[in-house]
Design a protein around this ligand. Structure first.
Ligand SMILES: C[S@@+](CC[C@H](N)C(=O)[O-])C[C@H]1O[C@@H](n2cnc3c(N)ncnc32)[C@H](O)[C@@H]1O
Length: 176
């Protein structure tokens, strides 16, 4: 099981990016996102709304104390992966992470502003999706896609109210 921890959310400034971290987490196979930083009810509501409408067993939580989450996750035997451009490049580490993740829960941390040094120290893996800056949304999407080896986009979401019937052209949905 993969949990995403989004740290350092700033009201207003990060709204769209944090929402998209949640959308990517759900769509690409994570089971849960924990939002930290400023509390933003709109984001929690919007992600829960997407789950209601489109399905999936995806949990959304808020917790201000992100260091406690990381420490407890490790104490419970999970592994912690921090996505940062300063880390070891993903292709060199994904095999080990996938192996560890077979029988352990994985916490994937994405930052916004400067990430505290302690997060680098506590993480089992500091991993870069290429050693150059881009975005937490893209880093998360690529990490999840590599972790699940592309299988998550072949799965149908369960318990949704609507689903899409794929079309060569145009749009078709059905109410479940
Ligand atoms: C605006 S960036 C800040 C860049 C930051 N100085 C860093 O350590 O990667 C916000 C977040 O995007 C993610 N990110 C950006 N570029 C990345 C990369 N090349 N590899 C992995 N994660 C990246 C990290 O989680 C980072 O905390």
């Amino acid at each position: 099981m993969i949990t995403v921890l989004r740290i350092g959310h700033r009201l207003g400034r990060d709204s769209r990016i944090t929402t998209h971290c949640g959308l990517v987490s759900r769509a690409f196979g994570a089971s849960k996102i924990i939002l930290s930083g400023d509390y933003d009810k709109k984001i929690v509501d919007s992600l829960c709304g997407v789950r209601e409408q489109w399905g999936g067993d995806f949990e959304v939580e808020y917790d201000k104390q992100f260091m406690k989450i990381i420490k407890n996750f490790k104490k419970d035997g999970g592994i912690v992966v921090h996505l940062t451009m300063y880390g070891m490049n993903l292709p060199d580490k994904i095999g080990d992470i996938r192996k560890d993740g077979k029988d352990k829960d994985v916490l994937v941390i994405v930052g916004s502003q400067k990430v505290p040094g302690e997060v680098y120290q506590l993480s089992d893996y500091n991993v870069a999706v290429g050693n150059t800056p881009h975005s937490e949304i893209s880093a998360l999407a690529i990490f999840l896609d590599r972790f699940f080896e592309g299988r998550q986009i072949e799965k149908k979401m369960k318990k949704g109210k609507i689903s899409i019937i794929p079309q060569e052209k145009g749009k078709k949905t059905v109410e479940e």
